[in-house]
Design a protein around this ligand. Sequence first.
Ligand SMILES: NC(=O)c1ccc[n+]([C@@H]2O[C@H](COP(=O)([O-])OP(=O)(O)OC[C@H]3O[C@@H](n4cnc5c(N)ncnc54)[C@H](OP(=O)(O)O)[C@@H]3O)[C@@H](O)[C@H]2O)c1
Length: 302
Amino acid sequence: MSQWKITNLERQDDKVFLITGANSGIGFTTAKELLRKGATVILAVRNRQKGVEAVSKLKGDILQAKVSMLELDLADLDSVRQFSQNFKANHDRLDVLINNAGIMMPNDYMVSKQGFEIQLATNHFGHFVLTKSLMPLLESTSDSRVVTVSSIATKMKDADIYFDDLQFKKKYVKMASYAQSKLANTMFALELSDRLKESGSHVKSVAAHPGYTATNLQQHMGLLGTIMNALLAQKQEMGALPTLRAATAKQVKGGDYFGPTKMAEYRGYPELVTPPQLALDKKACEKLWTVTEELTKETFSL
Ligand SMILES: NC(=O)c1ccc[n+]([C@@H]2O[C@H](COP(=O)([O-])OP(=O)(O)OC[C@H]3O[C@@H](n4cnc5c(N)ncnc54)[C@H](OP(=O)(O)O)[C@@H]3O)[C@@H](O)[C@H]2O)c1
């Protein structure tokens, strides 16, 4: 199959996209490309001022951009629940939910509002509860999708779900903790896909990863981040393509996983890639789902 490029992105008139963490990086670029194609895009952002600036920039770049913002802090499950209520009260459709927001490797051990390790809380728990809360709206919108953004970190040596110490309370290892949270993203996306299919739902759950892309994500990596960004990183326009393909391409199936295929998946145009091994372990995915339900106190049945 020929490469999927930005020219493959079709018109998205009348479609509503909700993108978490869309004030910068891959989320921002994803929003921009969708707006260019006529989509309605809502940026879910944790910092109001950054959200206002992002909306203003997008409106400046794209004539008549149908863009707005809503505040959402994924590291606070009460904020996620409140956000979902507001969203459902003000929108009668949601075509694509893009679980994009993320944080990577803060140097110090930090916890969320509910006391969970911050990367697992933000990257996985927040998106789990958000997806659960918005599922009725996705169900009532025809041909809708959930796209969850994962990472090549899921294929690194330390990538695992550390069920005996999910919160890294014994010893905080920032890379392993990030890899765990992103592995949880892929496992969630694939398990959600299975459960949606079993329930007969039309909603598709798809995963994507951006390879290595220069964004604010590398802010805690210091000199290593600067060097890697200079040598290895692709531009945000490339990093957004796997998400855009997963979110819009007609041939996409539930359970698909898109990422670049060049240089060990660090760079290139998006194609179907093999999920990390643990995401293909059904029992592990089910266990993660159950543990997530217990810790977030949210039953997510389909
Ligand atoms: N860049 C890469 O090479 C790469 C590689 C693999 C995977 N990814 C994944 O790609 C996704 C996008 O990251 P990016 O590279 O575009 O980085 P980015 O520019 O730092 O964007 C991350 C976004 O997430 C938001 N966010 C962080 N914590 C949040 C919270 N508690 N609630 C709501 N929003 C929050 C950030 O908001 P603030 O601006 O307020 O901080 C920001 O808008 C992430 O899931 C990341 O793990 C990126």
